[in-house]
Write a protein that binds this ligand. Structure first.
Ligand SMILES: [Zn+2]
Length: 416
């Protein structure tokens, strides 16, 4: 217990440095596209070297740089993981401050990436710095893995590093934002999967003045899609080990969208849902449309399956041609895993919040990391989830500092 208090004090003493580092990371642009992370990788490497760690750069294609480092000795233990690219700033006139200033104002650090996730990256680096004083007490190696390309699918980042066996460990914390305005900090330990498909409906073109002689592809598509009474589809039986995650995930969504409860937002956790994202086709007003294409995003809850997802799509598109274009399975790390139990306890003591482990409605790279590395993987980090990818992005200093304490203490407990 005493060493955890020392460690917290050590983190407090690094607060000034944490702010400087977060600002510097924000000032160092790494928007993706284009995905050039070479400059921000320099900042990360300089910091890691300045605290005495050896670093390794992995650059699968030019300027798409990943950085890894290790501290301590023994077997590989915890991996602290994040991404150093950001989404683009969009229309600069819609920001009320310079997105690359990294300014610190009224308890907040401002700029692109503050929440997603340069605050989290600075948090990981500062936690590691605090831990250097405790290196003799670490019986397992801690790995720091900072990836490029997360915002465009992870191909040269997380996926590349895992596929080429460049990352080893016993458990992983991804420092992505996991704070909810009305709920507080949560541990994201489960997620739904997805099946994306492209449906193509065909018709027979004819002059628009005699539509009865043609066969209209758009009308076909409309008829097929009108079978969908609601975007909420079948419910599933959740496996026992995931029940708590699902229950807490539903509670979190209901709290977050309290004023929209009648829309049943919590069904986005334990049901299949379907979004019609794109529809295009036809040629001209006076031609009977000969083709129409629809892009569908079907989400698969924990306990659901690809076979059932395909059956749902087939039932909608009986007369259409189906092409499956993307699939990710649902995945989770059980609430009872040592990683989740330690992280919950530490987060509760630092933030004085309940910190439930939850399942989310969306799909991230975590499923890939879970299945390939076959280890517990969770997301936990500073920043409100709703501040990701928006104008006027910011992160609260108190949130980042708290997460540094949580990372450092959790790493120390898991590595001792
Ligand atoms: Zn992110």
């Amino acid at each position: 217990m005493k060493k955890l208090t020392y460690l917290s004090d050590e983190v407090e003493s690094l607060k000034g440095e944490l702010l400087r580092l977060t600002s510097q990371l924000i000032r160092t642009r790494s928007e993706n596209p284009p995905g050039d992370t070479s400059d921000v990788a320099d900042v990360v490497e300089d910091h890691l070297k300045s605290i005495g760690l050896n670093t390794k750069r992995v650059e699968p294609i030019r300027k798409h740089v990943n950085v890894i480092a290790e501290m301590g000795s023994g077997d590989h233990g915890l991996i602290l993981c994040g991404h150093i690219d950001t989404v683009p700033i969009g229309d600069i006139d819609r920001w009320s401050f310079n997105p690359f200033s990294g300014e610190v104002i009224e308890g907040r650090i401002l700029g692109r990436g503050a929440t997603d996730m340069k605050g989290g990256v600075a948090g990981i680096l500062t936690a590691v710095e605090a831990l250097t004083k405790f290196e003799a007490k670490l019986n397992r190696k801690i790995t720091i893995a900072l990836f490029c390309d997360e915002e465009t699918g992870g191909h040269y980042g997380a996926l590349w590093m895992v596929k080429n066996q460049l990352i080893k460990g016993r458990e992983m914390i991804i420092g992505e934002s996991s704070n909810y305005h009305k709920v507080g900090h949560v541990i994201i330990a489960g997620e739904r999967g997805l099946l994306w498909s492209k449906l193509r409906f065909s018709g027979i073109p004819h002059h628009g003045s005699r539509p009865m002689l043609g066969k209209n592809a758009i009308m076909h598509a409309v008829k097929a899609l009108s079978k969908l009474k609601s975007p909420i589809l079948a419910k599933v039986n959740v496996p026992y080990e995931a029940m708590k995650l699902v229950k807490e995930g539903k509670k979190t969504l209901m709290e977050s969208y309290r004023d929209k409860r009648h829309l049943k937002p919590h069904y986005a956790i334990d049901h299949y849902t379907l979004n019609v994202g794109v529809g295009k086709g036809g040629t001209k007003a006076n031609i009977v449309a000969d083709t129409f294409e629809v892009d569908l995003d079907l989400r698969i809850p924990i306990g659901g399956s690809r076979a059932e997802a395909e059956r749902i799509i087939e039932s909608i598109a009986r007369e259409g041609e189906i092409n499956y274009i993307n699939y990710a399975p649902p995945s989770f790390t059980p609430t009872g895993s040592y990683l989740v139990r330690v992280l919950r306890k530490v987060s509760r003591s630092v933030f004085r919040e309940k910190t439930p482990a939850i399942c989310i409605a969306a799909t991230t790279d975590a499923h890939y990391l879970r299945s390939v590395l076959d280890i517990p993987v969770v997301s936990y980090g500073p920043g409100y989830e709703e501040k990701c990818h928006v104008y006027d992005e910011y992160v609260d200093i108190i949130d980042v500092l708290g997460c540094v304490k949580v990372y450092a203490q959790t790493a120390l407990i898991l590595s001792s």
